[in-house]
Design a protein around this ligand. Sequence first.
Ligand code: FAD
Length: 428
Amino acid sequence: MDRAQARAGPRIVTPDGQGEVAVIGGGMVGLSAALALLQRGRPVTLIDPGDPMGQASYGNAGVLSRGSIFPIAGPGLVAKLPGYGLGKCVAVRVNRRSLHTMVPWVRRFLAACSEPAWRGAAEALDPLVRTAIDHHMALAAELGITQRYRQTGFLRLYRQAGGLAGAARERGVLERFGIEAQPLDARGLADLEPVLAERYAEGLHFNQSMSVDNPGAIVMAMRDAFRARGGLDLPGHVRAISSLGDGVELVVDGRTLRFAQAVVAAGVSSSTLTRPLGDRIPLVGERGYHRLVPWSGNAALSRPIYDVAGGFVASPMEGGLRVLSGVELALPDDPPDHTQIDAVLADAAGRLPIDANGAGPVWMGSRPSTPDSLPVIGFSKASRAVVYAFGHGHIGFANGPATGQAVAALLSGDLPDVPIEAFSPRRF
Ligand SMILES: Cc1cc2nc3c(=O)[nH]c(=O)nc-3n(C[C@H](O)[C@H](O)[C@H](O)COP(=O)(O)OP(=O)(O)OC[C@H]3O[C@@H](n4cnc5c(N)ncnc54)[C@H](O)[C@@H]3O)c2cc1C
């Protein structure tokens, strides 16, 4: 009897938590959990429909941002919301036809806009985020892909003077956590990145941050390592999860399979899987788009940038510059809307040495986002055999490997090495 057949039979969870684990979702978070579990000697089956291009983990900006400890909700944001709703801001678009379905999420988002909530979220995220680069580099060394990682830093750019002064509150918090954010004037920016000369007035350089040259290639390398280390791939969609006395039952495209334990790491689709287990998690997809654009001539940026007024991130990658749009709040079935990516690409082409005519196809993906911008990491209400690992929003590529270690610890009865109480699914 092979492992796939054995799964249909009853499974006993031994007190030390041995037995087969199903990991649902093969993006950065699910693969990280799967590899961490294999490392602990656990047999793992990874269930995913198998379209890597559709994952957020494939098309992101590839920034391992040390400074990204702040939630999206924050003091001052409420005043900007009417502009977002009216489509006046390139950084954030809302599909108004779908907005009514997001009311519970929006309500919680508004509640998270207070200063104490903003500071509390930064406090909760810092311990996870500060370990992100070490976890990535350990994994990269194991997988032999360190050449894809670059000590570039990450540059936030302001077109007008006054941007740095506006970031004073944030810089105070960053300093408290030992996060370096070096203020630069126009001259300092030009010294660091000659192609930016006379384009921006001020900037902040997060010099402890890193970036990668191809996030999709990193996810593929993780997948290859998973297979090479004995992990079992099961292509398919998990349609339902239920808790058994001694384990977990999954319906995978019509087949019912039993496992000792399961990890829900299905990105933006995760909350539909958690509902039957009694966990109603407010989760929306913050869509983003990218296009890969060739450089024009020999000039190039050497690090990722975030143009605050332009509402875009541009990240040097294998094959050119990946230009990424901001946030579009829409439902999974809403058709793609290229308004934002068209606008930011035209804008970026006026400021950066790229050939917009040679831009590659539009990619679209969804950041799995909670209203308080904290991930969901913890046991389900129904069973300690099911652990959730999703909702990382804008920082899931960076924080996947650290999350994977925390998940593997939980399923083995150990304490994770970072505090995860604030990420509990019970907070909703
Ligand atoms: C434009 C953009 C830029 C970004 N930039 C950055 C950045 O610079 N740095 C950073 O850290 N993060 C960034 N992010 C965020 C980051 O990409 C995500 O937080 C992260 O990739 C989420 O990983 P995940 O594994 O949770 O989800 P995903 O990568 O989306 O993977 C989820 C997987 O679950 C599978 N799945 C779904 N439903 C089921 C089911 N029912 N059964 C089985 N499998 C299922 C899917 O097929 C998919 O493979 C960005 C995101 C976007 C969109």
